[in-house]
Design a protein around this ligand. Sequence first.
Ligand code: PEP
Ligand code: MG
Length: 552
Amino acid sequence: MDLAYHNQTLSGTIANKGIAFGRICFLKREKAEQIKKTVDNTNDEIDRFEKARLHAISQLGALYEASLEKLGEQNAVVFQIHQMMLDDPEYISSIHNLIISEKSNAEYAVTTVAHRFEKQFLEMDNDYMRGRAGDVIDVSRRINEILMMHAGKLEHRGLRFSIDGPIILATDDLVPSETVQLDQHTVTGIITSKGSDRSHTAIFARTMGIPTIVCIGSQLKEEYEGLYAIVDANAGNVIICPDDEIICKYREIKRTDDVQSSHLEDYRGKATLTRSGAQIRLYANSGSLADLDLIKASDAEGIGLFRSEYIYMQAQDYPTEEEQFKIYRDVLKGMDNKKVIIRTLDIGADKTAEYFMLKPEENPAMGVRAIRLCLNNRALFKTQLRALYRASLYGNLSVMIPMVTSVEEVVECKSIIEEAKAELSSQGLGYKQGVEFGVMIETPAAALISDELAQHVDFFSIGTNDLTQFTLACDRQNAELGKYLNPYHHGVIRLIEMTVRNGHAAGIWVGICGELASDEKFLGKLIQIGVDEMSVVPSSILSLRAKIATLG
Ligand code: PEP
Ligand code: MG
């Protein structure tokens, strides 16, 4: 044990839970030539870049094929996204222009433009786009390595580790094409100084089941190379040079975790039943098509909340009907006829996209957002509804409206849906009959008039995140108000009880899709209240199913 580092603990953001043991090994990358050189013939340099770019595109095609089996289509698709990045006219022309204007070598132009794009992605105000910063670095690094290979300076691209045996891979950030090459038996854990828990790297690590902590920052130092460490990705800590007592403690935790998760496997493919045999539908929350493999691996019985606004937040401009249709269709097809509840656009407040040019408001959480914004922009709303109903032919779709406060809003939404369906029929475009239509109960007003709302819908889904915020007059974004934002407050619980009672009295089902549904401490209460469906983070499906079996 190196006494200088004895039990030193670093902390970061959990990207995939679990415990891992091994020696820290920093990823060694062949440094691509980034030094600026002046070239005589810029046309030759552009030509070198173009050859490398085309070579990279064909490599990515092969990588896509190879990843299909290992990671599934939804994850492999990142390599198609990389191919598209390499075909992006802005990216290409920026590199050409830099070569010409600065008479620079291709490697320097590629690196400079990559960092410029990376900075732009990192400055964007949504997590998904920030997660793409790593992708642009990845594709650019690939081109630079090909340029070096063509110049005979690099033999092959691939990961090499200087340490044998189980390692904890340490690096500033991993890019998707590196993550896919990892062997779970060698790499037991991943720790990165940068990165985001929404990046493809994090998604891949989850899919491959490697405990991962990102965003450790400058605490992660190269001097830890070769030291034994424990990754406690349940708590977000890395313990360097742990003493024997700590190692024993974590071996025991890991043993218990392994026993528990193998025991959880007994619940895979089973219905979710309470002790007395009442059935509850256990669905997963989803933000994008990219979550699909995770959701399928989680054994969710359906998707209880597909936050469609993420599609808008990931786009540079309003997504067209066709673009949306393809995404909804692929989600529905991917879920093999299991129920998929897609919530219509819930933009506004903390969820924004620049091109919406939302007017600044004093209280955006209570402003022109979600269904209010859609009813003010019927064309925007209708585009989404048309895409949704067209996609309904490909699976088991339900449509749900966010932030409802009145019966009038629901009636108006239904009439726009009828208009959208009539338009589709007149254009010879099909849709499924009997698509379930529901509303989210996430304002106190909606809960209080849930008896009236129930007359107009097929189901309710209770959004406890907003219901708590609005019932307790407590901004959910304000970290200082944490202790006031109490979902167990009797005011919130009474509104949940009232909603379930009113829904059942009208003969409709009632689900819950806020974070409270994943709260094991509150499960007993939810079962007692009689919710029919719970939509939760995919990773907690099996443990909740096991817990529910002991309750009620
Ligand atoms: C909620 O408010 O509980 C909910 C599920 O919606 P969101 O968290 O997306 O606002
Ligand atoms: Mg909400």
